[in-house]
Design a protein around this ligand. Structure first.
Ligand SMILES: Nc1ncnc2c1ncn2[C@@H]1O[C@H](COP(=O)(O)OP(=O)(O)OP(=O)(O)O)[C@@H](O)[C@H]1O
Ligand SMILES: [Mg+2]
Length: 494
């Protein structure tokens, strides 16, 4: 799309630089986003994408250069005090504060003193467009990761911002829901402009322009086809291949229901035969874990508890790698938490045949890398965070540190990270630290909740390789991996 030069820019950066604790994060960035444009930003993990969006949202200030947004420039159309910039953050849980979903969406509208009937129609419309009408009375913190992401989008939708800042808005969504958000981004740009961070090449071509950040510098800015066929991707170490392979074969976009919920009734015929299948253990062996008739409910803070697992039967054999997929809100995280004994069962039983038996190599029983890694951190340094659990299982300090370093190395984090605070990492770096925490325990049963969400294709491949190597190296360990995204690279899947 060609924009006449008189089309106003809703975001302008001129030679913007930004650093934190004397570490340069962004360096000499210049570009503009014109009204009507959808601009995609990509780059390896830690390249500065989130920092750039936080600057555009006014949450951080540049150390050098000029940054102007529609929020800072006079706007003659403005008839209300609603924010003109809508920021959907990378970790959706961090921006949710209200008691119910409905209050969350109306929060900014009430602050802007809109009339009650206007607030009501905006909230209804935003909840309907994001498929959240049925949970409007629920506490935001009881929602699944994907639903939280949709709620964060609903909050921005309700305020009709002129400039949209989306930071990996589809990372926790199943592919059908991703398509809905991509279409929404294409739609809302007509009333403003959109800056959209996307690590998956699957999403790059929806943009009018594709920008590539590399180590804090803007190294490409052009039409997506042009950038994707240039040498830039290779030079920055980005990969062109899409992370999602399996979902599109199961779900066709045309099969999508009108809203974003994909419940059992809407599952395509091709998937239905799999629903009652119980994977069998490897020949002869007792399975590592047997789950029979698991029923579990989630207590919602502001409403009655709701049954989320309705009689799950599952067996995991020694050395098996099992992938768990399903739409947002299907119960994937709840199942992992029940299996890890972090949440209670209403009924059913879990038999772990050899998981908790001590062995000569100090394997621990079960470890779970959480969906939102930052929720599990509490230490001052990354090394301490990874070594803590190992030390807690009775292993001496030097060995615990060795195991922590080995696990960090496996996830591709260099020594430079060991002394850094886990709270000051990019989304992808935090995810890799959470994986290292789980790996360092050398568990018999390793469970990963959305281990590749928000990672670029190269880092996502690395996770697939880590799992393949671990399974190969120790067929006595078992990996259970919950993902919307990709089971096809797992060594075996059920
Ligand atoms: N609060 C902070 N203090 C210090 N350094 C930080 C802080 N937040 C981020 N960084 C560092 O700034 C760099 C850029 O981080 P940023 O979050 O912008 O990256 P990103 O491109 O969004 O990465 P990802 O794809 O992993 O989300 C990273 O090296 C990160 O470790
Ligand atoms: Mg980020």
């Amino acid at each position: 799309m060609i924009y006449p030069s008189e089309t106003p820019e809703l975001l302008t950066l001129k030679d913007v630089s930004f650093s934190r604790n004397d570490r340069p994060i962004l360096n000499g960035i210049s570009f503009g986003v014109r009204a009507g444009e959808l601009v995609i930003i990509t780059g390896r993990s830690g390249s500065g994408k989130t920092s750039l969006l936080k600057l555009a949202a006014g949450l951080l200030q540049p150390n050098r250069g000029r940054l102007q947004t529609v929020a800072s420039s006079p706007d003659t159309d403005s008839s209300n005090a609603l924010p003109r910039v809508g920021f959907v953050r990378q970790e959706p849980a961090n921006q949710l504060i209200a008691g119910t979903v409905e209050e969350e969406v109306s929060f900014a509208l009430s602050l802007a003193n809109l009339p009650p009937e206007d607030i009501k129609s905006r909230v209804d419309s935003a909840l309907q467009r994001t498929g959240l009408q049925d949970v409007r009375q629920q506490s935001p913190h009881t929602l699944s990761g994907g639903m939280m992401q949709r709620l964060a989008i609903a909050c921005a939708l309700a305020t009709s911002p002129r400039l949209w800042l989306f930071d990996e808005p589809t990372a926790y969504l199943d592919p059908p829901s991703r398509v809905v958000i991509q279409r929404m981004a294409m739609d809302v740009r007509r009333a403003g402009a959109v800056l959209f961070v996307a690590s998956d090449p699957y999403e790059w071509s929806i943009g009018d322009r594709l920008l590539v950040l590399h180590e804090g510098r803007l190294v490409a800015d052009g039409h997506p086809d042009e950038v994707m066929s240039s040498k830039v991707l290779e030079l920055t170490g980005l990969s062109r291949h899409q992370k999602t392979h399996v979902w599109p074969t199961l779900f066709k976009v045309e099969d999508l229901p009108k809203d974003m919920s994909v419940d059992n009734e809407h599952l395509p015929e091709s998937l239905k035969p799999w629903l009652d299948t119980v994977p069998s253990a490897e020949s002869g062996d007792l399975p590592l874990l047997q789950a029979r008739g698991l029923v579990a409910s989630r207590a919602a803070l502001m409403s009655a508890s709701r049954e989320v697992l309705h009689g799950i039967n599952l067996e995991i054999g020694n050395g098996e790698c099992v992938a768990l997929i399903g739409p947002a809100g299907a119960g994937k995280t709840s199942l992992l938490e029940v299996l890890a004994e972090l949440s209670p069962l209403d009924s059913g039983e879990i038999i772990k045949h050899s998981v908790d038996q001590p062995d000569a190599e100090d394997h621990c029983g079960v470890s779970l890398a959480f969906q939102f890694p930052e929720r599990q951190f509490f230490s001052e340094t990354v090394l301490e965070e990874v070594a803590y659990g190992v030390r807690n299982s009775g292993i001496s300090n030097p060995e615990a540190n060795d195991r922590a370093l080995e696990a960090l190395f496996k996830t591709g984090l260099s020594l430079e990270y060991t002394g850094r605070s886990p709270f000051e990492l990019s989304g992808g770096e935090a995810r890799r630290v959470a994986l290292a925490v789980a790996l360092a325990l050398h568990p018999r049963l390793l469970m990963l909740d959305e281990p590749t969400a928000g990672l670029d294709s190269v880092d996502a491949d690395r996770i697939g390789e880590i799992i393949a190597v671990e399974v190969e190296a120790d067929r006595k360990s078992t990996r259970l991996n919950s993902s919307h995204t990709d089971i096809s690279r797992m060594p075996s899947s059920a």
